[in-house]
Design a protein around this ligand. Structure first.
Ligand code: FCB
Length: 463
């Protein structure tokens, strides 16, 4: 297998609510995830992000781990309610100061800061005013983007507006397994639109405030959708519409797909899309962020027996797949990670090649890829997570294959730098290449961290 390109960006990723803790310190306001995790019964084990990995107080130590890993980039997210507590008004200085130190600390270690503006932690006040289904949230998001562009735009190398708006819209507002735990399919589609619109407005705000060379991006959890047989082509088309083209359409082509609007006509008339919105959502991007964990398998449902819903996103009161009651999400063959997600790296190669085919001028970057496994600590303190090493190896090979076949893939970020708060699963699922002891907060390098350091140093996979 060839080496990765010289300029390939190697990194790791985290998100604010999952690692920072310090949930009510230095003027931070509450987010929808504080509300969610503080609601009994919503998170496994009653876990919250109150302390998380205590990253807020262990910044220097964590930056040193990144430097020791030798990565060229670090993807973090900014907690909106930490820097703008109610989602509007002036910047909260002490909160912003944390990100100033983070960005400067990265640059001092020669690590490129890749900043995500929104990794799901909407200020609770904005949710109280209607949340993402409310158009004004897109405006508020643009204002927040402008403030961050002014404060950090001279040093952040790549800006990612949103992380996985699929989850924000469908898991937050349709199936309700994520904050703000609403189960309103029509509102979910309005949320989806205002996320797309907010993305476009935020890119405009960042372009006018950030340094000239700063790259603009968005991270999508694109689904590589396959059908069980050729008879399932229409089910594939519909799932692909909701999962992928609902975002790629407005953001990259300036229009929602006609078939998506027709497919969801029983739920909404899409009148929340105003003239000019799609053009606003469609801002030139420098690179597209792709999060990939596993592919999706669908089948047209004949109405007999129990309908399969194994889409990997937890069953909620309602389905995140709006107007797909006659489509089954079929359990795929193993092996599986601890999330129950099947391990199939071929979907990543195929997805990257599809993007290259559809958008040949837009480079991609894997902004998340990784796996949870039930890690064991050996008596000698070592975590021999060979299953994770194997997962990462397979997926990096898949990226390499896509590059060899012509795709312009610029980088790869392991999810995650360290074990953290895995949303509704709490701390039960460990994705880190660094282990975090829940009692002492001590960080230990798993075997995968040593392996990744060697890969980064060599710029290629071991044979
Ligand atoms: C993605 C999220 C990330 C993490 C991984 C496992 O959907 O963006 O925060 O939870 O899944």
């Amino acid at each position: 297998m060839p080496a990765f390109p010289e300029t390939f960006l190697w990194g790791t990723a985290t998100a604010a609510y999952q690692v920072e803790g310090a949930w009510n310190e230095d003027g931070r306001g509450p987010s929808i995830w504080d509300t969610f995790s503080h609601t009994p019964g919503l998170v496994t084990g009653g876990d919250t992000g109150d302390v998380a990995c205590d990253h807020y107080h262990r910044l220097e130590e964590d930056l040193d781990h990144l430097a020791a890993l030798g990565v060229g980039a670090y993807r973090f997210s900014i907690s909106w309610p930490r820097v703008q507590p109610g989602g509007r008004g002036p910047v909260n200085g002490p909160g912003l100061d944390f990100y100033q130190r983070l960005v400067d600390g990265l640059l001092a270690r020669d690590i490129a800061p890749v900043g995500t503006l929104y990794h799901w932690d909407l200020p609770q006040e904005l949710e109280d005013a209607g949340g993402w289904p409310n158009r004004d949230t897109a405006r508020r998001f643009a204002e927040y983007a402008r403030l961050m562009g002014e404060a950090l735009g001279d040093r952040v190398r790549t800006w990612i507006t949103l992380n996985e708006p699929w989850c924000s819209a469908y898991l937050g507002y349709a199936s309700g397994v994520h904050a703000p735990a609403r189960t309103e399919p029509a509102a979910a589609l309005a949320a989806l639109h205002h996320l797309n619109l907010g993305h476009g407005l935020a890119v405009q705000a960042l372009r006018s405030t950030a340094a000239k060379g700063a790259q603009m991006s968005v991270t999508l959890n694109l689904h590589h959708v396959r059908g069980v047989s050729e008879r399932d082509a229409d089910a594939v088309r519909r799932a692909d519409g909701l999962a992928n083209r609902a975002f790629l359409g407005p953001m990259l082509e300036g229009a929602y797909p006609r078939d998506l609007i027709a497919d969801t006509a029983s739920v909404t008339d899409w009148s929340f899309v105003r003239d000019g919105d799609e053009a606003t959502a469609c801002q030139p991007l420098d690179v597209l962020g792709v999060n990939y964990y596993n592919p999706t398998l669908v089948r047209q449902w004949d109405g007999d027996g129990a309908r399969e819903t194994a889409d990997g996103h937890q069953d909620g009161a309602t389905s995140p797949w709006i107007a797909c009651e006659d489509i089954e999400f079929v359990k795929q063959p193993g092996p599986y990670t601890e999330m129950g997600w099947n391990i199939d790296e071929t979907g990543l190669t195929e997805l990257l090649l599809r993007l290259h085919r559809d958008y040949p001028d837009l480079p991609t970057m894997i902004t998340e890829n990784g796996a949870a496994f039930p890690d064991q600590v050996s008596p000698d303190g070592r975590v021999r997570d060979l299953d994770r090493v194997d997962y990462l190896h397979r997926h990096l090979s898949a990226v390499n294959e896509a590059i060899t076949a012509g795709a312009d893939v610029r980088g790869y970020f392991v999810w995650s730098l360290m074990d953290n708060f895995e949303w509704a699963h709490g701390y039960a699922k460990r994705f880190g290449i660094l282990r975090v002891d829940r009692e002492t907060m001590e960080r230990t390098w798993k075997d995968s961290a040593h392996w990744y350091r060697d890969v980064v140093a060599a710029g290629k996979l071991p044979s």
